[in-house]
Design a protein around this ligand. Structure first.
Ligand code: ZN
Length: 299
């Protein structure tokens, strides 16, 4: 089971988040038939969504991350929840770019001519929306910039996905180190020194697996506050799509009956497909007509 560890270090002057997301990124890759570069892009974004989900206050809150760099992959979308679940998709799952050193070129797939947007639903009247221009499209740099600009928190963000030769996900995860307001110059220097000597996080996760152990190896005084299990999970349901379908214009419903003898809806987030029969659609038409007549009588 994928796991996240959250805690503090350097006498409470930094807070640290580390997650191993190998299984959930594999789950996303299978569901969406992601090519390796697309898997790396979505996997990085889902890993940060896990960490940002753990920053939420309670189960009523949730967040959505949209990375739109106008590159061939289109939008990269990830939702994060308080309970450690995430879901997400990319517009085009079949993109594949490699750099000269054969590393996956996420920046090229995502593009840099665009924005990173975070929509936080904090169960208040309006969602909190924050947008920053993309830095490199490599996602780690982009989130570091987001945390500094939008949340006024200097952060080191290391995020990575290692794809095996058979295209399966070998390891995935993220490490975020944030400076607390109490941090002094020495703490900043220590963190900069650590980060500059750190191996890629996907390699560390491949070797050590457990996020708690990873952070302990980095900070000897790591004080863990919490661990949570992580999972790819989508809240979609047959009833939820039915609710939307039932409200479509009669003309559109009739077209689905005449041309396709029913309809199939696929959830963008998880790829699950729901089928609705001709009879079901006819039922929606009848219900709309009946409601119209009732409404007419009342008026
Ligand atoms: Zn779904």
């Amino acid at each position: 089971m994928d796991k996240l560890s959250r805690g503090t270090a350097l006498n409470g002057n930094v807070r640290v988040f580390c997650c191993n997301t190998t299984e959930l990124v594999q789950d996303a890759a299978t569901r969406h038939d992601l090519y390796p570069t697309a898997a790396a892009a979505l996997g990085r974004c889902l890993s940060v969504a896990c960490i940002m989900g753990s920053m939420l206050k309670d189960s009523k809150e949730k967040l959505e991350i949209v990375i739109d760099g106008n590159g061939p992959i289109g939008q990269v979308v990830a939702d994060g929840y308080y309970d450690g679940t995430v879901r997400g998709y990319v517009d085009n799952p079949h993109v594949q770019f490699e750099k000269e050193n054969h590393k996956l070129d996420v920046g090229k797939a995502v593009g840099t001519d665009g924005v990173l947007r975070v929509v936080k639903d904090l169960s208040m009247k309006r969602p909190f929306i924050s947008e920053v221009p993309l830095q490199s499209g490599e996602i780690g740099d982009d989130f570091a910039y987001y945390f500094a600009e939008s949340e006024q928190t200097n952060s080191a963000v290391s995020v990575g996905v290692l794809v095996d030769t058979d295209c399966s996900i070998k390891s995935a995860g993220a490490l975020v180190i944030q400076m607390m307001p109490s941090a002094v110059e020495t703490d900043i220097q220590i963190v900069e020194d650590i980060v500059s000597h750190l191996k890629p996080i996907s390699q560390i996760i491949d070797e050590m697996k457990d996020p708690t152990e990873i952070v302990k190896a980095i900070f000897s005084d790591y004080e863990e506050l919490e661990t949570r299990e992580l999972q790819f999970k989508c809240e979609c349901s047959r009833a939820r799509f039915a609710y939307v379908l039932a409200k479509l214009p009669v003309k559109d419903l009739q077209e689905m009956i005449d041309e396709d003898h029913g309809c199939e809806v696929a959830c963008k987030f998880c790829g699950k497909k729901y089928k609705y029969s001709e009879e079901t659609l006819q039922g929606y038409i009848n219900a709309q007509k009946a409601a119209e007549e009732t409404g007419g009588n009342e008026a």
